[in-house]
Design a protein around this ligand. Structure first.
Ligand code: ADP
Ligand code: MG
Length: 251
């Protein structure tokens, strides 16, 4: 469904993403992992059109979409969420959901003049599926960080993507929030037959749901394959053991 070929991005003389190639099949749950600064967010921004590649291709169902603007790529079925929660903090949870559905339905300009009924059922259904129905009337900015990230996932699902890209969906979460978030992602991907590509810097977090893992280090793919093969890969272990003291220091 999604394939990148020889994708590179330079910032001045610095190559943040270098000759990256990998593919995600329809219905697959795939992860790109790598230490901080490896190029994960840059790679996602290249796929979603938030950055234009220096060279290489991004193929969606075989069609090269590299360099297309983000709204066009979103309209073609690539949804995303960002590394930091991206919600309207002063609106209620259900208003956030309705806004996302209205924008996707092409009625964003009429949001404030429409009755509450518009997209109410759809909003509630989405909130139920992400486990936030009980907080529908809460002000989004008052939710726990984990719940705000759940809401962000719902907002990304409102565009009904074929493939969803999530940039560090568990960033900043406690261990129990991380566990719940990963379980929720797995369930939603399964229920909707969604193709999922997500980034993560913690190698252990991904193993519970990823069916395929690509490891990025200094802008390059150093391993790509089934979780067990990646986990035991000598270079991957070297990169992560070298990072070990930094992760320990942060935790
Ligand atoms: P990751 O998401 O894996 O932590 P990033 O993709 O954010 O890594 O960053 C990869 C490298 O590219 C880092 O060294 C970062 O400082 C650099 N970088 C990212 N964006 C820019 C930019 N707009 N200009 C210059 N350097 C950048
Ligand atoms: Mg990042």
């Amino acid at each position: 469904m999604l394939e990148v070929r020889g994708l590179s991005k330079s910032f001045g003389g610095f190559r943040a993403v270098s000759e990256v190639s990998f593919a995600v099949a329809e219905g697959q749950i795939a992860a790109v992992i790598g230490p901080n600064g490896a190029g994960k967010s840059t790679l996602f921004n290249l796929i979603t059109g938030h950055l234009a590649p220096t060279s290489g291709q991004v193929l969606l169902d075989g069609r090269d979409i590299a360099g297309f603007p983000p709204h066009r790529i979103c309209g073609m079925g690539i949804g995303r969420s960002f590394q930091h929660a991206n919600i309207f903090p002063k609106l209620t949870v259900i208003e956030n959901m309705r806004a996302a559905l209205l924008v996707h339905g092409g009625q964003g300009r009429n949001f404030w003049s429409r009755s509450d009924a518009l997209y109410r059922e759809e909003s509630l259904a989405l909130l139920r599926s992400i486990g936030l129905a009980e907080q529908a009337k809460a002000i989004a900015g008052t939710l726990s960080y984990g719940n705000q990230k759940q809401l962000e996932l719902g907002i990304a699902l409102a565009s009904d993507p074929k493939i969803l890209l999530l940039d560090e969906p568990t960033a900043g979460m406690s261990a129990s929030e991380t566990h719940e978030a990963i379980a929720l992602l797995g369930r939603i991907a399964h229920e909707r037959g969604l193709t999922l590509l997500f980034t993560e810097h913690d190698m252990e977090v991904v193993f519970s749901i990823a069916q395929k893992i690509a490891v990025l280090h200094q802008g390059r793919i150093i391993a790509d394959g089934a979780p067990e093969a990646v986990r035991t890969d000598a270079e991957v272990r070297r990169v992560y053991l070298g990072e070990g003291h930094r992760h320990a220091a942060r935790a």
